[in-house]
Design a protein around this ligand. Structure first.
Ligand SMILES: NC(=O)c1ccc[n+]([C@@H]2O[C@H](COP(=O)([O-])OP(=O)(O)OC[C@H]3O[C@@H](n4cnc5c(N)ncnc54)[C@H](OP(=O)(O)O)[C@@H]3O)[C@@H](O)[C@H]2O)c1
Length: 260
């Protein structure tokens, strides 16, 4: 087991990629704090973990948009486990699609606040204990939209480019302290986020759901969606001792859609 005796804090852990990472970490022996806003979902994942693996799991409500909510969530985790997380996965994220000309400042702010400032809030709270311990892992779930642009997702792409800037700078700043900071950049993953994207395409273009899914799959040279579990396996490597040499990277899990 590669993450024995570690404690991980995973934002957006209630479903999709975050849930898969929580389960994969637990399988590798980590105890897990599953953080998001929807209580039923995080509780379900925590129960799933405790039912399957011999580790502890704790569902903690947290809205990454608000620093006070993040601080409170970390305090509750400290009360529960008597220690601070070794591993932080900044996975919570949102996406809304629209032509830039039809977007407003509120939509722009929502993306930056959750996807980028949310990553900042959690990292800012998690980092001091990692520095003190001389060991830590920060894994940011960005996107290939953090490396390249695409129509109708300008705010999302800007926020994810920002996550990569933060990842790279922090990785260099912390390299001598036993802490690595990396990002994973998935292509389209089979989660609710992609299902909502398909519904949106259907609403806006009149395409059928099958046609929309086909087009999404065809954007990857592998002509398929990535599974949440594939992303989770990369997160396990980055979190592990074996992955200690990987630092400041933004690893695509996209079937080859983006080659840089
Ligand atoms: N699906 C894809 O194709 C894809 C591709 C590339 C990158 N990604 C990235 O991967 C990450 C996970 O995506 P997913 O596909 O698993 O999406 P998802 O199924 O929509 O799950 C998103 C998770 O983030 C949580 N979340 C959203 N806003 C939050 C907030 N303010 N505070 C705390 N938690 C919040 C959600 O829980 P609550 O709503 O209950 O808070 C949920 O648990 C995101 O950062 C996304 O941008 C996804």
């Amino acid at each position: 087991m590669r993450l024995e005796n570690k404690l991980a804090f995973i934002t957006g852990g209630g479903r999709g990629i975050g849930r898969a990472i929580a389960l994969a970490f637990a399988r590798e022996g980590a105890s897990v704090a599953v953080a998001a806003r929807t209580r039923e979902e995080i509780e379900r994942v925590a129960e799933e973990i405790v039912g399957q693996f011999k580790v502890e799991a704790f569902a903690v409500e947290c809205d990454v948009a608000y620093s006070e909510s993040v601080k409170r969530a970390f305090e509750r985790v400290n009360e529960k486990f008597g220690r601070r997380p070794d591993i932080l996965v900044n996975n919570a994220g949102i996406v809304e699609t629209a032509a830039f000309i039809k977007t407003d400042e509120a939509m722009w702010q929502r993306h930056l606040t959750v996807n980028l400032t949310g990553t900042y809030h959690c990292t800012r709270v998690a980092l001091p204990a990692m520095i003190e311990r001389g060991w830590g892992r920060i894994i940011n779930i960005a996107s290939i939209a953090g490396k390249t642009g695409a129509p109708y997702i300008s705010a999302y792409a800007a926020s994810k480019h920002g996550v990569l800037g933060l990842t790279r700078s922090l990785a260099l700043e912390l390299a001598s302290k036993g802490i690595t900071v990396n990002a994973i950049c998935p292509g389209y993953v089979d989660t609710q986020m992609t299902s909502r994207g398909i519904e949106n395409i259907v609403d806006k273009t009149g395409k059928s759901a099958d046609e929309a899914l086909k087009a999404i799959k065809e954007s990857s040279p592998q002509n398929r969606l990535i599974t949440p579990e594939e992303v989770a396996e990369v997160a396990v490597l980055l979190a592990s001792q074996e992955g200690r040499g990987i630092n400041g990277q933004a690893i695509n899990v996209d079937g080859g859609t983006v080659l840089f």
